[in-house]
Design a protein around this ligand. Structure first.
Ligand code: M6R
Length: 607
């Protein structure tokens, strides 16, 4: 949450660099934005509410000149409502600062500073950090020492970038929130993620927790809060981190839905041998531990959590206890982490704070931790013992789509690897891999028709206030993902239930025209028909996503979305595409911002 940017150098002009980096980071938050930059000893300081374009307008009259330094921020509110006052950067005395994270002891800092005569104008925790830096600056007259003293007093999570009115140095540090230094020729950049810097440089340094960075026009040095000098290597961004553009689609979400044949192809490329066996290079070193695993845990949030739930049925076939935990709970539950536990941390961004916190606990308590991550070199990818990248390419839309189906694909491969290591791959297991190889082509062929049918369903639900999404058995996680996606971007209250559970209470909500969306598979087919009849008898509207040969379902549904019949769990990918398109069309029909739903951000970097 929140994107932060920094620039120092003589080559580019700070205004343009900061706005470009912020544009690339806008997915992290978009309720307000601001910049502060120094040119010829003048500070330009502007902030605005709403999307970045408002800030761009505000800065239009500011002449862009080469050289200088500056910081920028795009916000997702934690402390204080979105407003110009609460937007970053914050300025107290001689200090300008931007921050991503939460300072837990901000009240203590505020009390301390108020006693020293400081007065605060905003509701934010960040402004108190600016005050503290200014206070130490007055005490020590040495900005680096003052910055270090400030950091020593902070509790919580932060990525901070700051400068003082002298305007010749930038200071930065991080703890549990990401921050990347971009190294150019005679200029330096800072951003919350590496991809955001790819317009300017491909050489980056991933700052580590406790690093304290000081940059001036001649170079940079990185110390550590514990007093050591940090020697961080410069890494090259690889081609997978190429920039994402909308390429003619009206939104990133639609583009990413249509990219799925390609992203599933890249997720599986080179990972299935000719004789249908899984090859996962990222897990080779830990194969002995996988073989002796006694428990498997999946930890994730939101859509990534639903991906884990969706494959639980499959992993249950290994005969081991399999747990799927919400990351926000997994750090704090009382469940013992037993010996030989293998824990997978699934995350598109690799930066979700809840998942990182849970990862810390699992590592501390001795589990083997493995990442299933899309964003290359992200925190979870770096902090886990080993892992598998999704290779789905950058996902920009806040609503996760192609990451979900690539997570499913990678998890099918991981299941197959366990099966191979623990016993042997059955014909059914081989069929799973065979069908997985066929998915890109099949999906490419059927997406346009799934799209059309989804639009028809969306036309009937987009004006409704609430609805149920329903399924039985292994498709229930798909109903959960449908409810999440519909709520998230269409603002319709969609609630997921196992279809058989409705009669135990929620059916009381059913009345004439109440929308119900069913995901129907072969498993518990007859029982699902009975469940649909129960809501039909009460005049509900019935929409079903089902195989094209399910005549009874087609007959009793008001609208259907037909998907191709597959024999294995790979069909989850088609159900997923249908739910994504229903949510997309509903949001479009409501004229909502599909890529930037209200109150949300792409990476949730606070607990
Ligand atoms: O980056 P992650 O996969 O760790 O993100 C987890 C959730 O925040 C994310 O899936 C969220 O639920 C999506 N916006 C849903 O579309």
């Amino acid at each position: 949450m929140c994107g932060i940017a920094g620039y120092i150098g003589e080559i580019n002009n700070p205004k343009e660099v900061l706005l470009k980096i912020l544009k690339n980071l806008e997915y992290r938050g978009y309720d307000s934005a601001g910049v502060a930059y120094v040119q010829n000893s003048n500070v330009v300081y502007k902030k605005s509410v709403g999307e970045l374009k408002n800030l761009v307008k505000l800065l239009k009259s500011e002449k862009a000149k080469k050289g200088g330094l500056g910081i920028g921020h795009t916000r997702w509110a934690t402390h204080g409502k979105p407003s110009v006052k609460n937007a970053h950067p914050h300025n107290v005395g001689n200090v300008f600062i931007v921050h991503n994270g939460i300072i837990e002891n901000y009240k203590e800092i505020q009390d301390f500073l108020e006693k020293k005569g400081y007065k605060f104008k905003t509701d934010t925790d960040t402004e108190k950090v600016a005050g503290l830096f200014d206070y130490f600056l007055k005490q020590t007259k040495d900005p680096f020492e003052a910055f270090k003293n400030t950091l020593k007093m902070l509790k919580g999570a932060y990525a901070i970038v700051a400068f003082t009115k002298e305007g010749d140095k930038i200071f930065a540090s991080k703890l549990s929130s990401p921050l990347v230094l971009g190294v150019g020729e005679g200029e330096y950049f800072l951003a919350s993620d590496a991809l955001a810097l790819s317009d300017f440089t491909k050489r980056v340094v991933y700052l580590q927790d406790g690093d304290i960075l000081q940059i001036d026009k001649l170079g940079y040095k990185i110390d550590h809060i514990n007093g050591n000098i940090s020697d961080r290597k410069i890494e090259n961004l690889n081609e997978l981190m190429s920039k994402a553009e909308k390429e003619g689609f009206d939104s990133y979400m639609l583009k990413e839905i249509y990219e799925q044949p390609q992203s599933i192809q890249t997720s599986t490329a080179g990972r299935i041998s000719k004789d249908l066996k899984p090859i996962l290079g990222g897990l080779t070193e830990v194969e002995p531990e996988l073989k002796s695993a006694k428990e498997i845990h999946f930890i994730a949030a939101g859509t990534s959590y639903n991906a884990a739930l969706a494959v639980k049925h499959l992993f249950d076939e290994l005969g081991l206890p399999v747990f799927v935990k919400l990351a926000s709970e997994a750090k704090y539950d009382n469940e013992k982490i037993r010996e030989n536990t293998v824990a997978f941390f699934i995350s598109q961004s690799g930066e979700t704070a809840d998942t990182i916190s849970a990862l810390e606990r699992y590592k501390k308590e001795g589990a083997l931790t493995l990442g299933v991550v899309n964003t290359v070199a992200s925190t979870i990818a770096r902090e886990t013992h080993a892992g598998v990248y999704n290779h789905a390419g950058p996902e920009i839309s806040v609503a996760s789509t192609k990451a979900f189906t690539s997570q499913l694909s990678v998890l099918f491969l991981i299941y197959s690897l366990f099966k191979k290591l623990k016993s042997t791959l059955s014909d059914k297991d081989k069929l799973l891999l065979k069908e997985l190889l066929q998915i890109p082509k099949k999906l490419e062929d059927t997406l346009p028709s799934i799209d059309k049918q989804s639009l028809k369903v969306a036309q009937k639900i987009f004006k409704k206030k609430s609805m149920f999404t329903l399924a039985r058995g292994e498709l229930y996680p798909i109903a959960k993902e449908a409810a999440l996606k519909i709520k998230e971007i269409s603002y319709i209250h969609a609630e997921a239930y196992p279809a058989g559970e409705l009669k135990h209470g929620p059916i009381a909500l059913i009345e004439k025209g109440f929308p119900t969306l069913y995901f129907v598979g072969n498993n518990l087919y007859e029982k699902t028909i009975s469940n649909i009849q129960e809501v039909k008898a009460r005049d509900a509207q019935v929409f079903s996503v089902c195989f094209d040969n399910m005549k009874e379902i087609i007959k009793i549904s008001d609208n259907i979305i037909k998907i191709p019949k597959l024999k294995t769990a790979t069909s989850l990918i088609f159900y997923a595409s249908a739910l994504q398109l229903i949510a997309y069309h509903s949001a479009k029909l409501k004229k909502l911002n599909v890529d930037k739903p209200r109150n949300l951000a792409k990476s949730v970097t606070v607990e």
